[in-house]
Design a protein around this ligand. Structure first.
Ligand code: C5P
Length: 205
């Protein structure tokens, strides 16, 4: 069974994808981490993620970079979003994601274009949304827990900017697949959101 989980930043898609993987005993790939690694590697190379050649060169990141805690920062999310606009970058990461999705036994992948581009044949597609306010609040609490010094206003502005870039890009923009089940987590607790996702998978899968 292939489960595709897409949605904007801090919608709860990562938490839901991990919980689904544990519940159904499937391997999980957070595809955002790959784009984050490209953004971070670009910075380490002294490159500009807006520049297609610099962003493509950064696709040659080492596997150990995926464990770098800095990948989780908002700043790296912004770099990832800039690098991910380039079709060549998306192509460079495509086969790795596709291979993960089609491994025997199935998989759960979360990202922006899993149900539309990477695994349009997924058995279940979930599109997770939440209001900007709810998402900014979650991200703010997460960052505070990690001891990062950020303001709610700053996070709200960053999220809105990243959403706009991800939705408006030409290549694989963030959008729900036609056959995706939509789940709005704005007023759901973590456990409620997970329970709703599990029932949706059981119904569809
Ligand atoms: O999901 P996450 O916030 O970690 O993703 C970081 C950035 O990577 C997103 O803002 C988006 O631009 C890009 N991304 C993408 N396609 C994916 C996953 C992430 O373009 N499948």
């Amino acid at each position: 069974m292939i489960i595709a989980v897409d949605g904007p930043t801090a919608s709860g898609k990562g938490t839901i994808a991990r919980a689904l993987a544990a519940h159904f005993g499937l391997p999980h790939l957070d595809t955002g981490l790959l784009y984050r690694a490209v953004g971070r590697q670009c910075l380490l190379n002294g490159g500009d993620p807006e520049n297609p050649a610099d962003a493509l060169a950064a696709c040659q990141f080492s596997e150990t970079l995926l464990d770098d805690p800095e990948l989780r920062s908002e700043a790296t999310g912004g770099l990832a979003s800039k690098a991910s606009r380039h079709p060549a970058v998306r192509r460079a990461l495509h086969d790795r994601q596709r291979a993960f999705a089609t491994q025997p036994g199935g998989a759960v992948l979360d990202g922006r274009d899993i149900g539309t581009v990477i695994a349009p044949d997924a058995d279940v597609k979930l599109f997770i949304t939440a209001s900007v306010e709810a998402r900014a609040r979650r991200r703010f609490l997460e960052m505070q827990e990690q001891g990062r010094d950020v303001s709610l206003a700053e996070i709200t502005a960053d999220l809105a900017e990243r959403d706009k870039r991800d939705r408006e890009r030409e290549e694989a923009p963030l959008r729900a697949a036609e056959d995706a089940v939509r789940l709005d987590t704005s007023s759901l607790s973590r456990d409620e959101a997970i329970a709703a996702a599990i029932s949706a998978v059981k119904e569809k899968g």
